[in-house]
Write a protein that binds this ligand. Sequence first.
Ligand code: UDP
Length: 324
Amino acid sequence: MTNALITGGAGFIGSHLAEVLLQRGAAVQIIDDLSTGSITNVEHLKGHPNFTYVLDTVMNRRLMMELVDRADEVYHLAAAVGVRLIVEEPVRTIETNIKATELVLELCAKKRKPVLLASTSEVFGKLDKPTFSEQDDLLLGPTSKARWCYAASKIIDEFLAQAYFKEKGLPTIVVRLFNTIGPRQTGQYGMVAPRLVRQALLGEPLTVYGDGSQRRSFTWVGDVVEALLALMQQPNAFGEVFNVGHHQEVSIHELAVLVRDLAGSSSEIVFIPYSEAYEVGFEDIGRRLPDLSKLQRLIGYKPSFELPEMIEQIIAYERRRLGR
Ligand code: UDP
């Protein structure tokens, strides 16, 4: 039986990954400090005989030594996430993202355990291209703007993962996750989809930041999980970086209209200046669309849903939670 360790396993993506691994017969250990994750995300897994969870920080070296020792493979998802959190707490962002990854890689290298590191499409920064490929240059803003510390910390993580592969022969995989959505994602740290859905269901104004012309592509969390699992099984994935995302692009204003329509809501859509939503001088990313050809070639990746189906499922989930 494969034993998988998931750091950040009580988070949005980690909890879905844990669930699928258990369904497929693996033993799963998760570690999470519940900083942005929630124990309710894994409540339904607690009784499973092959599931163990530890509520602690990934920075706890002795504990991590034990967990890595028991694991056959490691999914390192623990990180500071969410643009709002990053802008508000840059020290925590930089320290969590870099120190934790250093430790995970060091411990995995000692025991030669394959490790998949979750990075982010944020690393492309302000790059202005129709699609972003793994080999493209990365274009960040100045260090005076806190937003970019997230990308910068994840870029260091990516360098580290690849350095461990090259220098120490550790099997590492880096995935750049584009905007991922699905049940259990919380809007608390700024993520747009759960925020708009909740606002629509509660009859509150839908908050669109800026003029809403910024574009994103949204990926279903189940597809992300399938991609991570398939990559871990692929020896050719080691030492490589992969985009994981969706080919369909939408403006945030269009997204708000779609959410409102599908929720049957009569909420108004309001435009909030970035300076109010985040901080003065905040720089948003105009558009962001992945080139998925590398992932398609290696694992035959194909997203399973279009955006309206994903939004419908999130609406159904939030309705159950809100009792509406
Ligand atoms: N956004 C918005 N309203 C919200 C939350 C976010 O218009 O209530 C915008 C945000 O400014 C960005 C996009 O939605 O342009 C996606 O934001 P999110 O934080 O989900 O992910 P990002 O792409 O910024 O990492």
